[in-house]
Design a protein around this ligand. Sequence first.
Ligand code: PLP
Length: 449
Amino acid sequence: MLTNLQARDVETLIHPYTNLVAVRETGPLILERGKGVWVHDVDGKPYLEGMAGLWCTALGYGNEELVEAAATQMRKLPFTHIFGGKSHDPAIELAEKLKEIAPVPISKVFFTSSGSEANDTQMKLVWYMNNALGRPKKKKIIARMRGYHGVTIAAASLTGLAGNHNDFDLPIAGIRHTTAPHHYRLAEPGESEADFATRLAADLEALIIAEGPETVAAFIAEPVMGAGGVIVPPATYYPKIQAVLKKYDVFFIGDEVITGFGRLGTAFGSEAMEMRPDSISVAKALSSAYQPIGAVMVPELMYEAMLTESSKLGSFGHGYTYSGHPVAAAVAVKTLEIYERESIFERVRAKIPQFDARRAALEDHPLVGEARGKGLVGAVELVADKKTKRQFDPKLGMAAKCVAFCQQEGLILRNVFGDAVTICPPLVISPAEIDELFDRLTRALDKTL
Ligand code: PLP
């Protein structure tokens, strides 16, 4: 029986990433407020937000400084655009700060409102750059199976998940997907992590050669895959992949939409994974999700090509109304200030051993095939047979069941592709709350059995 609010919801809202039939029966969980890592539903029941919303509320809920930063900017100047030579202080300050903390040399910053828009922009910039460089055929982009890059037409095409393509007539032309770096599922029997990484780099090289290196413009990767099931590549994976990209002059786009700003214990995931991308997309924790904002961080080579092309055409013909939105930018500036002032990334590093130990211990559970992760992000993959790694019939929806039991236990997690339950708490979670999270998840796994 739906509550009044739930009934009004299903009569009016289309829920993203939701079984649109099932939600009409069950109604959504309606949340009302939050503090720290806790959120409360409309009946006052507390839940530990074990997913930081959607991998994004890094500083947790109820951060008054962020609220104040937004309110102050709204009173001062709630909106001005940065088209055609206009600008404002928060956008300038934020771009300066991003350049300063970037893990690779960055020349300029382009703002968006989301991760999808950032990756869309990345694709357009790569094409624009290669036109400026006089190589109009070099346009294909290689992404990876199970990579997640968003849902706009371009970003969903880069995403390597069938659920984002089926019946949307995607991917668009010119996108290829190579193997996911998931050793547990995809390694040959007895293949070491290092040999697996070597094989994947060879696969990538074979793909580039088959397509014709003169047609391959870029490769895109998340340091650690998030929505594809929290896949952590072998330690030698990126150095080997990068050698191939360099050999064929393929631009490397780093998608740090989840891993940017401390998730892996370093400012950027690239640093934790020995990844050296040419450009970087960020969003989510850039503002701790208090405002929608993303960014593309662009190297000098790309910026110079943009200068050439825009002077030829008369204008750089790309930009969103909300590119560099002053309120979002002001909140992001404050977020970065808090990360620094409160040593949030160092404090994440101190919490990782406990998080790792509790996560790894879940592999003893009869339902768990692999309990993987890095930093404060993880996943447990549920299997029917631990020895053979046999998966459950997807129709059983085992991970979804587990997530529903988590909700009963007052814990919010997510189920994703491959019967995995993902964990990504706010970075400000305390050691006691980490124990609480894993205790509740263990109870939910027991109920799922
Ligand atoms: N890239 C990655 C790695 C993501 O995890 C996401 C969202 O989860 C996106 C891009 C898309 O971001 P958004 O949902 O803000 O468009």
